[in-house]
Every structure is written in C-alpha cells, then in structure tokens.
Design a protein around this ligand. Structure first.
Ligand code: UD1
Ligand code: CA
Length: 455
C-alpha cells in the first residue's frame, strides 16, 4: 500500500491517506478492500505524516499486522514499491494499491486475481471506464492488449481523449515486479519513477500483462476536496445499497448518511436526514429518524429514536427516545425506557420502564425501574469542583422541577414534591417536600387593579 504522499492538492495538514470518507480514513477503506485478496503479509509505505499513519493503522487492529516501510523521499509510485522490496520478502504475488483509495469493490479485486492467475500474467492491472478520467493515467491498448499506461502530464491529445483510466490496483508476480522496477527511469514530465512504466518493460521481455475492467463508480482515487466529496457520495451509495439488500428500509437513501462499518438489523426503518456514525450498531425492527444523529451508539431491537442526538449511548429494547433528546456518553437506557423532549442524559443508567418525559437533565445518576422523573427535574451533579452521583430507587416519583443536589439518594418508591430542592437522602416510601408555605392573599387582584386605575 502506497501511503507516503503528501496530498498537495488537498491543502491539508493531515496526511492524505488519513482523510475520512464515510467516517473512515481512505487507507482504512484500502485495507478493507484488500482483504478480498486474503493477503499473507501487508506492507505499507509511509513518508509524510508517517507517525500519524502508523498510529492510525495500529488502532484498526488489522490482521495480518501491517509492516511499515519508510520512503524518506517521495520519488514516485515505482520508487515506493521498490522501497518495499525487502519487507515484501519472497512471496509469489504482490498486490499493489494506492493508499488514497481507488474505489474498487472486493469482487473487482477477486476478479483481478482470478484473471492474473488464469492468464499466467506477469502483471494485471485494474482499470475503469469513465466519462472523464481527469488526471488519471490513460490505458493505452493495441487491439485488446494493454501496451502502456500514460500519465496525463505525458499524454498526447489523442491519448488524453481515452476514457479508460488506470487504477493503481495491480497484481504482479513478485520476481517480475522487482526485476522490472530497477529499469524504470524518471524521464517524464514529473521527473518521477512511475509504477506504470513496468508494463512496457515486462511486455518487452515477452511477459504477459493483462488488464481487468472493474466498477469504480465512474471515478478513481481522491486527490482533492472535490474528489473526496465524490468518493463520499459513491461509497454512501454503496453502503446504503448493501443495507437495503440486507433488509433495512431507507426511506430516502440520498439523505441518509451511514458510516462504513455501521451495523443495522433487518426490518429497521431509517428516516431521512439521519446520520449513523462510528461504531453504531442498531438492532432489528427499530425506527430511527428523521433528523437523528447516532455516534458509537447501540440500539437494541424494536427501539425508536426520533429528532435526537446520541453519542456513546446504549438504548434498550423497545425504548423510545425523542423528539429532541440528547444522550451523551455513558448513557444506558434499559428496555422500554421513555426519554422525551428536551431531555439530556449523561453517564447515567436508567432502569427498565422508567420515564423521563420532559425537559430534564440527568447526569451521573443511577435510576431504578418503573420510576417517573417529573418535568424539569435536574440532577445537580457539579459543585464547581467535583461531580457527584444521584441514586433513585425503583418506583420512585420525582415531582416536577425537583433539584436533586448530589450526592443524594431517593429510596425505593420515594416521592419528592414539585419544586423541591432535595439536599438530604429520601428514605424508601417517604415524601420529601422542600418549599415555603404558600401565602394566599384574598382579593389581591381587584385591589391592585383599582389602585392602578386610580393613579
Ligand atoms: C496514480 C497513478 C495513475 C492512476 C492513479 C489512480 C502513478 C504515477 N500514477 O496517480 O496512473 O491513474 O494513481 O488513482 O502511479 N505515493 C507514495 N510515494 C510516492 C508517490 C506516491 O507512497 O513517491 C503514494 C501516494 O501517497 C498515493 C499513491 O501513492 O497514495 C498514488 O500517488 P498519487 O500522487 O496520488 O498518484 P496519482 O496522481 O493519483
Ligand atoms: Ca492519487
């Protein structure tokens, strides 16, 4: 995998191969796609941002564990593959790929390998037909035979008109690859060692070179921000199609944004303007959206989430969240919990069948089962220095507008009066009310109105 380039055209301080598409870095997509080849060894050529790339790859837990090769000076893709010679070792075939992701599908990679082996070729390249192959290498053929791949900078006007572009997915017999690479020169417009220049060399030695046309969705690679946006759209289309094929209903796939790696059970319905991100996992028969964002969140079967945002949360079976709820990291909702409008929950577990229906903040709390948290209840968890916990027992009824000043416990079945500021534990089954006696002034309004008229 060639991942040493800077990606000048992106104008970014982040290495190109770490730019995300559908929630995952380009290089992650390359590694996933390369699995189709069942590699026995993975070698990644790094240069620009090498430490960042190494660290990112390590966090993905790829097997076999990738080996890194440093290409100190980026003299071209041929130079990069040559730099990897020793790390590649004595394998039979080498699959080369761009780290900036030529969006082949796993089946394209399998077809590439099949053709390579069936035709006993020295090298086989994956190509794609496009309306506008932009800056990509053009596939030059004589009859059906591939004879060369020409970089745009070196192409004649006739060659530029060719609509077959070359990806950098290529499988080569290792022995032939490393015999040809040292013969590649840099006598071209960019003064670079092009990997693609091995093909005429191999053909000149009488070896066979093949090309397989794949489906790259009308594009290759992502060299600019515009390219990233196109790639995002292409991968989104593929991801959404795969979910629909697996039994998920997407009411409007064009406005449904699902990251690579998100899992969704069958018979779940995802409504428009919904973003499912990171390691989100959704069960069967759920209803998600519209206008919902779930990040690293697990949703059990038959739950509903609407017009809400959740991050790092667990939503139990049959739970019902929203509209307009916010679940922050560490929120655990058990089965059939109801969280209603304008409720924020953080680092708290809510027992099954409990309701938090309106306008509340629940933070650093443990709430039992079947409890009711009245409108506008707040767990006052922060004293300006530390966070403290609130514990609410099963079947408790917290009156509207209760301030629970933590640390504080409300026992099983405990009740608080509306508007109370609770600073002491409430024993099981007890009522705690904290508010001034009500003063009632009879005839007040009539008196005030007449005073006002008189002035
Ligand atoms: C390359 C191909 C082009 C093909 C296109 C497909 C060459 C010369 N051109 O063009 O024919 O159509 O990919 O996407 O191969 N890299 C290194 N070390 C280097 C140079 C590049 O590791 O010295 C890496 C880059 O990080 C990148 C990949 O190789 O991941 C391709 O390099 P890039 O400069 O993006 O090549 P393209 O112009 O896209
Ligand atoms: Ca590229």
């Amino acid at each position: 995998m060639l991942a040493a380039g800077k990606g000048k055209r992106l104008r970014s301080s982040i290495p190109k191969v770490l730019h995300p598409v559908c929630g995952r870095p380009l290089l992650w997509h390359v590694l996933q796609t390369a699995r189709a080849a069942r590699p026995t060894k993975i070698v990644i050529v790094v240069g620009h941002g090498a430490d960042d790339v190494r660290e990112a790859v390590a966090s993905w837990g790829i097997t076999p564990k990738p080996v890194f090769v440093e290409q100190a000076e980026q003299l071209g893709t041929g130079h990069a593959v040559l730099a990897a010679a020793k790390a590649v070792g004595r394998v039979h075939d080498v699959l080369v790929a761009n780290g900036d992701f030529d969006p082949a599908r796993p089946e394209d990679i399998r077809a590439l390998l099949r053709t390579h082996r069936r035709t006993d070729s020295a090298a086989t390249v994956l190509t794609a037909e496009m309306n506008d192959p932009g800056g990509y290498g053009r596939v030059i053929r004589e009859g059906r035979r591939l004879v060369a791949i020409r970089e745009l900078a070196d192409a004649t006007p006739q060659e530029r008109a060719i609509r077959e572009g070359a990806t950098n997915w290529a499988v080569c017999r290792r022995a032939d690859l490393y015999r040809a690479l040292p013969l590649v020169g840099r006598d071209n417009r960019q003064r670079e060692y092009y990997l693609n220049d091995i093909y005429p060399i191999l053909l000149g030695k009488g070896s066979r070179v093949s090309a397989v046309m794949g489906d790259t969705g009308g594009m290759i690679g992502a060299n600019s921000r515009r390219g990233l946006a196109s790639l995002e759209r292409l991968l989104r289309t593929r991801i959404n199609a795969a979910h629909m094929d697996a039994g998920v209903t997407l009411l409007d796939p064009t406005t449904t944004y699902i990251d690579a790696g998100v899992k969704i059970g069958s018979d779940t319905v995802v409504l428009p303007l919904t973003f499912l991100e990171g390691d989100t996992v959704i069960g069967r028969g759920c209803r998600i959206g519209p206008s919902t964002r779930l990040v690293d969140t697990r949703v059990a079967d038959a739950a509903q989430v609407t017009f809400s945002v959740a991050e790092g949360a667990l939503i139990g079976r049959g739970a019902d969240v929203g509209p307009f709820a916010r679940l922050r990291p560490g929120t655990v909702l058990a089965a059939r919990v109801h969280v209603g409008s304008y409720v924020e929950i953080k680092a708290s577990s809510i027992g099954r069948d409990t309701k938090v229906p309106h306008l509340s903040y629940v933070g650093d709390a443990t709430v039992g089962r079947r409890a009711n948290i009245g409108a506008a209840t707040v767990t006052v968890n922060y004293d300006g220095y530390d966070k403290h916990r609130t514990v609410i027992g099963d079947d408790a009824r917290i009156g509207s507008d209760t301030m629970l000043v933590a640390p504080v416990n409300v026992g099983k079945g405990g009740v608080t009066g509306a508007g109370s500021v609770i600073t002491k534990d409430v024993p099981a089954g007890a009522l705690a009310v904290e508010r001034g006696e009500q003063r009632t002034v009879k005839g007040y309004r009539r008196r005030r109105d007449s005073e006002h008229r008189g002035s």
